[in-house]
Ligand binder design. Structure first.
Ligand SMILES: [Zn+2]
Length: 305
């Protein structure tokens, strides 16, 4: 009788142990990210430990996003919600409050040196290598707080990504460094690149401000057209998240060719040129650099002839 009980206990025990081990190995942190750039960073930093649901997809505009019922469900189930902050995606704060979300939340931009214009904070802080290192550290810290048992893995992933950021920054600084500062003027659809401009001494001008929900007046557009003509600006770019009609109109009225597409507030599709944060930064800066180099050469040629 005694033996039977022991065997039964052992069978029960054996049937329980593998399940517990499997559950521990497969433990995932359920994370909601507000937009595609954060999704990419968290994928890099969390690896297989992060189970991510991202709300605003690739090539989509987070400024004017309308949450779906499934977003509220994702937030209700999350261990961690990560957002940009700085007024970029106010809808996610409302979504958390309306659904009584009480688990951990992280404002990825906390601690960055913000840019302020007309008493408004520029939310596009990710367009800066200096800032993105702060985002990366903030995300790593939040992951460690939730799952300290994976501390070493998160620290290693942080080091790998930080090193890649640093190398890319050096490479792109050299490329931009070859262009005279006086030539570094770029027109884009909305005011999303001031942080990049501060870091690389590029002047960005846009007909639309920080938020894409406003429309420029006819007189604003006319002023911009005059400025492009009088300064001889030759670098005009559309953005992946914006309507291209206004920039096309400006291009046609100034006879400046559109230099291509810049990725401002969202990554490209997986197979596109800005599929990751690092790809986005490389693609944007190399596109700007190529256009400015070409126009600088044209100007020098015109001067000589
Ligand atoms: Zn924006």
């Amino acid at each position: 009788m005694k033996t039977k009980t022991s065997v039964f206990a052992l069978v029960v025990l054996l049937s329980i142990i593998p399940i517990n081990v499997a559950a521990d190995e497969g433990q995932h942190i359920r994370i909601v990210t507000s937009f595609s750039i954060l999704e990419d960073l968290v994928t890099e930093l969390g690896g297989s430990r992060a189970d991510i649901i991202n709300l605003v997809g690739r090539n989509s505009d987070a400024h004017i996003y309308q949450p779906k019922p499934s977003d509220a469900v994702a937030i209700a189930d999350a261990d961690l919600v990560i957002m940009n902050g700085l007024g970029f995606e106010g809808w996610i704060t409302r979504l958390m409050e309306n659904n009584g979300y009480s688990n951990k939340r992280l404002i990825a931009s906390q601690g960055v040196k913000t840019l302020i214009s007309d008493n408004e904070v520029d939310p596009h802080a990710w367009q800066s290598f200096r800032n993105i290192k702060i985002y990366i550290d903030n995300i790593t810290q939040a992951l460690i707080e939730i799952a300290p048992q994976y501390n070493h893995e998160f620290v290693r992933r942080n080091e790998v990504l930080t090193r890649k950021v640093k190398l890319l920054e050096q490479d792109l600084s050299q490329k931009i460094g070859a262009i005279p500062e006086s030539q570094r003027v770029v027109v884009t659809s909305h005011d999303a690149f001031s942080y990049l401009g501060r870091e690389f001494n590029i002047q960005f001008i846009a007909p639309v401000g920080f938020n894409t929900d406003s429309e420029p007046t006819a007189s604003d557009v006319a002023k911009l057209i005059d400025q492009i003509k009088s300064q001889g600006i030759k670098a005009l770019f559309v953005e992946n998240i914006s309507d291209h009609r206004l920039l096309k109109q400006i291009a046609s009225e100034t006879a400046v060719t559109i230099g291509g597409n810049l990725y401002s507030d969202a990554l490209s599709e997986d197979k596109g040129p800005a599929a990751t944060y690092l790809d986005m930064m490389r693609y944007n800066i190399e596109s700007i650099s190529a256009t400015l180099t070409a126009t600088t050469k044209t100007k020098a040629h015109n001067y000589r002839s």
